[in-house]
Design a protein. Structure first.
Length: 523
């Protein structure tokens, strides 16, 4: 049996086909939709470096300046996602006469259907919500190189996602390369390293953005990983700063108008040896300054944490599987960084002899529950294949089918989250190992993990309680996906200086099995 490596999880396999023809320009779009200006311009020389293009979009007193990009064959595009409804006017600016001073307009209609806008950090600073205020209950996954696979493999991944619980997927722009040839290539030139960082291959990016658009149609956020350390063949992470900035500008111009885009500066940034923390700070600030739509931004670690208090970091993207074995450990990250925390990599569901690839389904689901109680969020990963283990890393390498046992239980967890408080669960009395999350005075969750208890003293922290409040209680079997109401109501009275309980019913019975939780909701 061949061994799985971190490099193998990111492998890119299969040939890529060219994207379809450009879509026609439209007269209007929805709020938070995508409006596109398509122009003909110069195609001699190097349009990627010699032609500048942008447009100002105006809606009354509001003005937004959007970057344009060259899409090959003399075609230039400017993409914009309107934040507000109504009539918009635009005017282009360029150093090329054929592109300069062009004008037009469109109408931004009200959003419809499942269009809730882009995801943002909530005002409390710890959770996520769509722009229209709808809570975003993150149940993420990772499939690093799914977007660079064959059309058939990509279609299989999308079909899997239609019925999976995941509403965010981490995916690389530059997938890890194991076998040549790979088409289309991201840049023109001769591989492996004799490629021209000043000339992009539009066919590569057209195909990538097609995957992003298909995710948006499914209501799934695309957490786009801009760099990673696993490609020693092409050396994308070793580009000089001007080339980095050109790449970032191009990707932001092409993809930033899709409302489901998030930016991850890197996967395991600290393993990219050609870049220092100062370089990453520059990259993160450059993305923040260059993205008019201000999509969410993070940077993912391996062994060393980045300073997530930097202003350009909107939320923390963490690799640490041990932290979510206990909610009190997970919560510390939230208190230190005072931002939403997503444990995007907590090891993988699999049967590897490597410690990062051998979680059982029960262990994967348990870490999601501990993360929830902590007021944080967790991401899924899977390295199972039909042959148990293979160099492509299964789902988290190239997508395809889910073979593990955790996904259905995460779908059940999602229903619990959606029925919970807005904008999300917060730790209650977090410094005293109460292991309770929710909304003080209104809603509580207590998760027991692998403990097999026959009873539990129902004692609630004193915050927001004065006595007389009534609650209903439910037992939740998180693995068998069952909810069992406890008969009657519990009327809270003060027990001591820290807790309230019902003196007539101080204890509730539990079934003596693992993976149980208790939900307590005010009547």
């Amino acid at each position: 049996m061949s061994k799985l490596t971190r490099r193998g999880v990111m492998v890119l396999g299969g040939a890529l086909s060219l994207a379809g023809a450009a879509k026609a320009q439209i007269a209007d779009t929805e709020r938070w939709g995508l409006y596109e200006i398509i122009l003909d311009g110069p195609k001699t020389g190097n349009p990627f470096t010699e032609v500048s293009l942008s447009a100002e979009f105006r809606n009354g007193a509001q003005t937004v300046r959007m970057p344009g990009f060259y899409d090959g064959d003399g075609v230039y595009r400017i993409r914009f996602s309107p934040e507000t409804e109504g009539a918009w006017q635009w005017r282009t600016m360029s150093n090329a006469k054929a592109l300069d001073g062009r004008t037009g307009g469109f109408t931004a209609r009200p959003a419809s259907g499942d269009n809730h806008g882009p995801v943002r950090v909530t005002p409390d600073g710890y959770h996520f919500a769509y722009a229209d205020g709808t809570p975003f209950r993150q149940i993420g996954t990772t499939a690093y190189a799914w977007a660079q696979q064959s059309d058939a493999q990509c279609a299989l991944t999308l079909q899997t996602l239609k019925t999976a619980p995941f509403n965010k997927i981490r995916m690389c722009v530059y997938a890890n390369v194991k076998a040549e040839p790979i088409e289309p290539f991201a840049y023109t030139g001769t591989r492996p390293k004799d490629w021209d960082a000043k000339r992009f291959n539009p066919a590569f990016f057209r195909r990538f953005e097609d995957r992003v658009a298909k995710l948006q149609a499914l209501g799934i956020e695309a957490d786009i990983i801009l760099y990673h350390p696993y490609d020693k063949v092409h050396g994308y992470g070793e580009m000089a700063r001007p080339d980095d900035e050109r790449y970032l500008h191009y990707v932001i111009a092409r993809l930033g108008a899709y409302r489901n885009v998030w930016w991850s500066m890197a996967n395991e940034f600290d393993l990219v040896k050609a870049k220092t923390p100062a370089d990453w700070d520059h990259i993160g600030q450059f993305v923040a300054d260059s993205d008019p739509h201000q999509r969410l931004r993070s940077i993912h670690n391996c062994k060393a944490f980045f300073d997530n208090r930097k202003p350009w970091v909107t939320h923390s993207s963490i690799q640490n599987g041990m932290s979510v074995k206990d909610d009190t450990r997970a919560e510390i990250y939230r208190s230190v960084w005072e931002k939403p925390v997503v444990f995007d990599e907590i090891c993988y569901e699999g049967k590897s002899d490597l410690r990062w690839g051998n979680l059982t389904g029960e262990e994967m689901v348990s870490r999601f529950w501990h993360g929830l109680i902590a007021g944080t969020y967790v991401g899924h990963g899977e390295v199972l294949t039909a042959e148990n283990l293979s160099p492509d890393g299964g789902w988290s390498g190239i997508g395809g089918r889910l073979l593990g046992t955790s996904a259905s239980r995460l779908a059940f967890l999602k229903t619990v989250m959606e029925a919970g408080p807005k904008p999300g669960v917060d730790p209650v009395d977090k410094w005293w190992d109460r292991h309770i999350g929710g909304q003080a005075g209104q809603y509580y969750l207590r998760y027991f993990g692998d403990q097999m208890l026959s009873e539990w003293p129902l004692e609630l922290p004193k915050q927001e309680l004065s006595g007389g409040e009534q609650f209903r209680v439910e037992l939740i079997d998180t693995w068998n996906m069952k909810v069992t109401p406890v008969e009657g109501v519990f009327t809270m009275q003060k027990k001591d200086g820290y807790s309230f309980h019902d003196p007539a019913r101080p204890v509730i019975a539990l079934p003596g099995q693992p993976w149980m939780a208790v939900r307590i909701v005010r009547v």
